[in-house]
Design a binder for this molecule. Structure first.
Ligand code: ADP
Ligand code: MG
Length: 306
């Protein structure tokens, strides 16, 4: 059984096709990355998974439970950390979590709530009102809230946007632990290095369509894979015709060429450069990051936004 199954899901907002026939599955125990530029449809898809949004077509299920027909069971199996912070400012942290437990029909959840508070570094904030918390602390409460009912599947929608490094790391420690303990994790993030570090498999979504669905390794190795950096002793001028389409960067004495691992020979490229009069001083091969792949595939520099 898949942890999440999405089949043929479409959603329009007026003229805008926010999701266009999206289909993929996420297996139990995966750490899955959902990447895409702003407006790609990531949050829309997550809302649909949480049953908060009516789609125009398609089916979604969580742990085998249809989100439409089997809403309660699907919801029980899913915890969502939303992108937007929406909370009642007058509740304390503990009340917020007790209230959320009640929503799932769970009483006497104190022990688990204490554990969540401890793990998320919130113990000393348990009796603070939500409005007294910093943005980062509120994010932690959102995570605790998503976990009060011990869901098998945890979806985090850009949980680290605007969060400081320390909190981000403690958050990841906790999420990693949940993953080790068998939870399925779905992470949406702008920080591609985060996805690169954490995720086993990645879907790239752009303009409502899935444009890639691969293991991280395959995605990194896809097509180009790496770049060749050449530094010349002199400022570089006109390059041989055959290189024009490969140039990633040409900046004074430095040149970066996209390398196709299957068909390009570094030696041959260097020979051609030398033959055309380039006096080579230094050469290195740079492996593509997920960010390079992402930018190339979506034609967006969104991933660079920090
Ligand atoms: P992402 O989370 O990938 O940034 P979203 O799912 O939030 O993208 O949005 C996808 C597209 O749908 C965007 O163009 C957004 O403006 C649009 N959109 C999202 N919610 C609504 C809504 N309630 N009404 C109209 N358009 C919406
Ligand atoms: Mg979003």
């Amino acid at each position: 059984m898949d942890a999440i199954k999405i089949s043929g899901v479409s959603k329009r907002y007026g003229d805008l096709q926010a999701l266009n026939n999206v289909s993929f599955e996420i297996q139990q125990g995966e750490f899955f990355g959902l990447l895409g530029p702003n407006g790609a449809g990531k949050s829309t898809l997550i809302s649909a998974l949480a049953g908060l949004l009516k789609t125009d077509s398609g089916q979604l299920s969580i742990m085998g439970h249809d989100v439409g027909d089997d809403y309660r069971l699907a919801r029980q199996a899913l915890g969502v950390v939303p992108q937007e912070i929406v909370m009642d400012p007058f509740f304390t942290v503990r009340e917020t979590l007790e209230f959320q437990s009640g929503y799932y029909g769970i009483r006497n959840n104190g022990e688990w709530i204490d554990e969540l508070l401890l793990q998320l570094g919130l113990s000393d904030k348990a009796d603070s009102n939500m409005r007294q918390l910093s943005g980062g602390m509120k994010r932690r409460v959102l995570i605790a809230q998503a976990l009060v009912h011990k869901p098998q599947v945890l979806v985090l929608d850009e949980p680290t946007a605007g969060v400081d490094v320390e909190l981000r790391q403690s958050m990841w420690r906790f999420v990693r632990r949940l993953h080790r303990e068998g939870h399925t994790i779905v992470l949406t993030t702008h920080y591609l290095e985060e996805a690169e570090e954490l995720c086993d498999r990645i879907a790239i979504i752009n303009k409502g369509e899935v444009i890639a669905l691969e293991t991280k390794e395959d995605l990194l190795a896809r097509g180009l894979g790496s770049k060749l950096m050449v530094r010349s002793k002199d400022v570089l001028g006109e390059l041989p015709q055959e290189f024009q389409s490969k140039v990633v960067r040409l900046d004074g004495c430095e040149l970066e060429l996209a390398l196709n691992r299957d068909s390009d020979s570094v030696m041959q490229i260097l020979d051609t450069l030398r033959d055309s009069g380039v006096d080579i001083e230094f050469v290195s091969v740079i492996n593509d990051s997920l960010e390079d792949v992402f930018v190339r595939m979506t034609g967006s520099s969104e991933g660079e936004a920090k």
